[in-house]
Design a protein around this ligand. Structure first.
Ligand code: AMP
Ligand code: GLY
Length: 421
């Protein structure tokens, strides 16, 4: 089969690396891709992940047999619908099902309607009403833009004034454009966060090993939120009794709810959980693989990812026995100095070969080739993943490898996984 992957980050590099291992895949393309993905797939940098007509044209021109749409934006824009309309089998939810992520109000209403545990919340489309409501509440409290906002549309406000400022920025200042025209104000949940990525074909839902992300830029969960500074899997917090509760109280009810609403979700459902004193609750759904969770989860997959994607698309996931290796995987992200604020690109990267010689896998997130040299080209630059018999082993190996890699201003957290060790 000739397969096209849409996207160009560390997550897509991990997906592409798994797909080329499959005997079913003869040729792999990636749009736009990046310098690391170019080692395993033919990249098409001129076709951006949000360019749905360009993606359809590329798929037709190249005669691809299957497409995997990985990032949130093209899913929300109906990329899967457009490809399927041309008769091209595609992995990922259609736009209507991708609302599970693209509209936080949509998914909140679904959870409310079907009794799926989550934070209590109110919806506002008028800034004055939102501000008046905040006067009746106490902090901490969470303000969320309804739509996609590059992972930055959530403010966990420590004071009511901070929450009011967030409402003003989003609803009057147009901070996230149309995504912030409607907001949710919700109860702040307290607990530990775990991510459960699930394959679902609309008939069954199959969780992958649970993982944990590290969203803040500095050690000890300090500093601003980022796209994710590291991840590991499986999560020791996700003990068998927790897993059972999540399956019974969240995963199965979510599948039933999506079907009752006619969503026919086929792809990866990302379930972000807060393990609270009252039990597990949903923080958010995403309609795709997580980044960087995928860089820690997919290396544990022993089964053929292409076979799984085909089974999801053809609704025969139940027939597959998806196998995972024992032990653990840890991914440490190397970011540009200054990220998630301003940073400079174009810094020469060295040491990847040495890092991989130590047994690690280096996933490229924001890299490019300039004058024959590999250089930085994004906030998150690389993700260094290592496997181990235990989480401690995996973390140690990931750091040993990551320390071989150098570029001006490189920043990594030094405490990935340390809370669980
Ligand atoms: P999201 O973009 O929905 O993943 O939210 C980003 C982060 O905000 C989450 O990973 C949580 O750490 C935090 N968050 C979101 N909603 C809540 C909530 N209701 N209570 C506490 N923290 C939250
Ligand atoms: N790691 C968070 C996300 O992928 O949204």
């Amino acid at each position: 089969m000739k397969v096209l992957v849409i996207g160009g980050g560390g997550r897509e590099h991990a997906v592409c690396k798994k797909l080329v291992e499959s005997p079913l895949v003869d040729a792999l393309l990636c749009a736009p891709g990046n310098a690391g993905i170019a080692q395993v797939a033919a990249c098409v940098p001129e076709v951006k992940a949000t360019d749905v007509p360009g993606i359809v044209a590329l798929a037709k021109r190249e005669g691809v047999d299957f497409v995997c749409v990985t990032p949130d934006d093209p899913l929300a824009l109906g990329c899967v619908d457009a490809l399927e309309a041309e008769g091209i089998p595609t992995f990922g939810p259609r736009a209507c099902a991708a609302q599970m992520e693209a509209s936080k109000i949509f998914s909140k209403n679904l959870m409310k309607k079907y009794g799926i545990p989550t934070a209590k919340s109110e919806v506002f489309d008028d800034a004055d009403a939102a501000l008046a409501y905040l006067d009746t509440q106490s902090a901490p409290i969470v303000v969320k833009a309804d739509g996609l906002a590059l992972g930055k549309g959530v403010i966990v406000a420590q004071t009511i004034d901070e929450a009011k400022q967030a409402v003003v920025d989003m609803m009057r200042g147009g901070r996230f454009g149309r995504s912030g025209a409607r907001v949710l104000i919700e109860e702040c949940m307290v607990g530990r966060e775990v991510t459960v990525l699930c394959f679902t074909d609309g008939r069954v839902i199959v969780p992958m090993p649970a993982s944990q992300d590290h969203k803040r830029v500095f050690d000890g969960d300090k500093g601003p939120n980022t796209g994710g500074m590291g991840a590991f899997a499986p999560s020791p917090l996700y003990a068998p009794d927790v897993a059972r509760r999540v399956t019974d109280e969240i995963l199965q009810p979510t599948l039933r709810a999506m079907n009752a609403e006619g969503l026919d979700f086929r792809g990866v459902l990302y379930v972000g959980l807060m393990l609270t004193a009252d039990g597990p609750k949903v923080v958010e759904y995403n309609a795709r693989f997580g980044d960087p969770e995928t860089q820690a989860v997919l290396p544990l997959l022993m089964s053929d990812l292409m076979e799984i994607m085909l089974a999801v698309r053809e609704q025969r996931l139940e027939q597959l026995d998806i196998r995972w290796r024992g032990g653990a995987a840890a991914c440490v992200v190397l970011a540009s100095g200054g990220y998630p604020g301003k940073y400079e690109g174009g810094k020469v990267i060295t040491g990847i070969v040495k890092a991989e010689a130590l047994g690690a896998t280096v996933y490229h997130a924001g890299t490019a080739v300039k004058d024959g040299a590999l250089v930085t080209a994004g906030g998150r630059v690389l993700g260094v993943t290592a496997l181990g018999d235990t989480l401690a082993d995996a973390v140690r190996s990931a750091y040993m490898a990551a320390k071989e890699i150098h570029f001006d201003g490189a920043h990594m957290r030094s405490d990935i996984g340390s809370r669980e060790l």
